[in-house]
Design a protein around this ligand. Structure first.
Ligand SMILES: [Zn+2]
Length: 400
């Protein structure tokens, strides 16, 4: 028997879905990708949702990276509550830099696990395996990644397992989502794609429009199968290169070494993950640990004077402004401007894998994301919702 009363998860209340709800996180989906694809006639179902449903621009969480935002979306709360503030962090107590993709770092339960625990049928499908364990934490339901799909998943998707660096990896997620919806009519489903295309192709380009045409077809099928379709993104995406096509990089470790002495400070780039080919570990957000003897004030003042630095904040200021867990960030938090990325040391970044001018994310400039639904809302929403309001809006605020 399904529990039909609203569920409270992490302090927010969610109504029981009246029909299958599919929430899609389109990785790196700057709103412009959608509007340009619609303008080009490549996305008729998106156009219908914008005209007849609900379409808004909202804010993602900062750092505008994949894991913090996917975790905010499925928990309904900011990183200060769920704890995941990057792919990677420096464990000061242990003195080691570690990946943050282990579920032990996730401090709260997910909306998905809570509904499954109350008797709902729940499915979560992700492109890359790095997210699967976090999304699947305590989830009594279907959960798999396209990257390490087994024979059952391949059969559901009706296509072979694609390369991890391909547009087809996202297509696999969408195809498998349609397969799961047809077969087992889940009450809740979460689909999370990869930003391989967005890292290479700007809005309106041929490759981008082809990707959104693909996506559009699957969204229309989910709609035709009776689902409430709710789409958002983990972050936007911007060009991060100069006139000659070379990336605009500030190598922060080199800067701090020159100011404070070699290796006195430790720069951490929370974008760092095993999949570096499309961004070379260069994003627009960094944090740095300073020696105990160094006063952060003058360092912050010098950083703020540098061209290409949008914000340089103390840990307290940055964590308060961006709702981040202070114990997982350094003494200073640095955000680069719209077309600039932050590195550690020049020699530590292998940019040989970049086969297109760098596009990346992480900063405040990539905070705007779409929130698009195939139904109208019953009452006006907050003018600037967050991407992690998507389950709340979809379950509580849409016309049925
Ligand atoms: Zn992403």
């Amino acid at each position: 028997m399904n529990e039909q009363r609203p569920l409270t998860v992490n302090g927010r209340s969610y109504r029981w879905p009246q029909r299958p709800l599919v929430v899609i996180c389109v990785d790196g989906c700057e709103y412009d990708y959608v509007s340009r694809a619609v303008a080009a006639g490549a996305a008729p179902f998106f156009e219908r949702m914008i005209r007849q449903g609900t379409a808004l621009v909202g804010d993602c969480v900062i750092p505008s990276f994949t894991n913090p935002n996917n975790m905010s979306i499925v928990t309904g709360v900011p990183p200060s509550v769920h704890g995941i503030c990057g792919n990677y962090f420096y464990d000061r107590d242990a003195g080691v830099e570690v990946m943050m993709n282990d579920p032990k770092y996730l401090r709260v339960g997910t909306i998905l696990a809570a509904f499954a625990g109350a008797g709902a049928r729940v499915a979560a499908i992700t492109a890359k395996d790095k997210l699967r364990r976090l999304l699947g934490k305590d989830l009594n339901g279907t959960c798999f990644s396209a990257e390490s799909a087994d024979a059952v998943a391949v059969e559901l998707a009706g296509m072979p397992v694609p390369s991890v660096y391909s547009a087809e990896l996202s297509q696999f997620v969408m195809a498998a989502g349609v397969g799961v919806l047809q077969r087992s009519k889940p009450d809740l489903m979460y689909l999370s794609t990869t930003d391989y295309v967005q890292h290479k192709a700007p809005p309106g380009s041929e490759a981008a429009n082809a990707f959104y045409r693909m996506l559009d077809g699957y969204l229309a099928r989910l709609d035709a199968l009776g689902a409430v379709v709710a789409l958002t993104a983990d972050h936007g995406m911007n060009d991060k290169f100069g006139a000659g096509g070379a990336p605009n990089v500030i190598y922060l470790q080199d800067v701090l070494d020159a100011w404070l002495g070699a290796a006195a400070a430790r720069v951490i780039l929370p974008i760092t993950d095993p999949y570096v080919v499309h961004h070379g570990s260069l994003g627009s957000f960094a944090t740095a640990y300073l020696p105990a003897t160094v006063d952060p004030g003058p360092v912050l003042a010098r950083l703020r004077e540098m061209q290409g630095i949008e914000l340089a904040l103390s840990r307290e200021e940055g964590c308060s402004r961006f709702e981040l867990p202070p114990e997982r960030l350094g003494d200073v938090i640095i955000v680069a401007s719209k077309h600039v990325v932050l590195g550690t040391s020049r020699e530590r970044h292998d940019l040989s894998g970049l086969d297109a001018p760098l596009r990346s994310h992480g900063g405040v400039s990539e905070q705007g994301v779409p929130l698009i639904f195939n139904r109208r809302t019953r009452a006006p929403l907050a003018p600037r919702p967050r991407n992690f309001d998507v389950f709340e809006i979809a379950l509580n605020r849409l016309e049925t």
